[in-house]
Design a protein around this ligand. Structure first.
Ligand code: DX5
Ligand code: ZN
Length: 221
């Protein structure tokens, strides 16, 4: 497996003291920064637009790991690539799980020089994607229903991780398996054991000392 990456989710950043928190993130060992985009339609919550991503990109050295939970994935993939995404992950469900549409958006994202990610909600099976993992850079397995931070980890999602990891190893692929939702030191350890190499964590990291939270996940490997 590849090096373990921790991607703190800024959904849980304390926006009453952003400067302090951004400084802590900038000086942390986190390699990516998870930027959750919600449109109030695909999920019942609203978050950040492209100008905020531009600001974070200026303020932080991390790679911008943009997770778009939006209905219009094609339009907003380009909007957030223009704003500086390094990784652009969209939802399979936003494209009605249409495999051709998913692979074509992955190809487009890659052509733009950005890592392409496909995310699946808890009720979406991983099987249709297993033959196509070479065509994406990241498979993002949601371990909560998307929309809000602070929910409990759904351990059953690790079956999807195991299946994808087996396929990635069998084919010698470099596709990352990222997991998002309810990750802390305990659930993160289960996720890594199942084959995840990229951990998103929001509330766990921001509800304690940011550096300690990040380092406690990075040492799981
Ligand atoms: C949920 C988001 C997650 C969220 C995770 O829809 O995609 O990235 O911030 O938050 P925690 O780690 O608190 O579950
Ligand atoms: Zn996310």
């Amino acid at each position: 497996m590849k090096e373990l990456i921790v991607s703190p989710s800024i959904l849980s950043l304390d926006f009453s003291r952003p400067g302090e928190q951004l400084d802590a993130l900038a000086n942390s060992h986190a390699q990516w920064l998870h930027f959750d985009v919600m449109d109030g339609h695909f999920v019942p919550n609203l978050t950040f637009g492209p100008d905020i991503l531009r600001g974070f990109r200026k303020a932080l050295p991390q790679k911008m790991d943009v997770h778009i939970m939006v209905e219009d994935a094609r339009t907003y993939a380009d909007v957030f690539i223009d704003a500086g995404a390094d990784v652009l992950t969209f939802h399979s469900e936003a494209l009605e799980d249409d495999l051709d549409a998913i692979l074509s958006l992955c190809a487009h994202i890659r052509e733009r020089g950005v890592l392409a990610g496909v995310s699946i909600c808890p009720n979406t099976p991983v099987e249709p994607l297993l033959d196509h993992l070479a065509e994406m850079d990241v498979l993002l397995v949601m371990s909560v229903e998307p929309g809000f931070g602070g929910q409990s980890f759904m351990e059953g999602m690790l079956e999807k991780v195991k299946k994808a990891r087996a396929r990635i190893e069998a084919q010698g692929l470099s596709t990352r398996i990222e997991i998002d939702g309810g990750i802390n030191a305990q659930t993160g350890a289960l996720a890594v054991a199942a084959g995840c190499d990229t951990l998103v964590a929001g509330s766990y990291i921001f509800r304690q000392d940011i550096h300690a939270g990040i380092d406690s996940l990075l040492c799981l490997r």
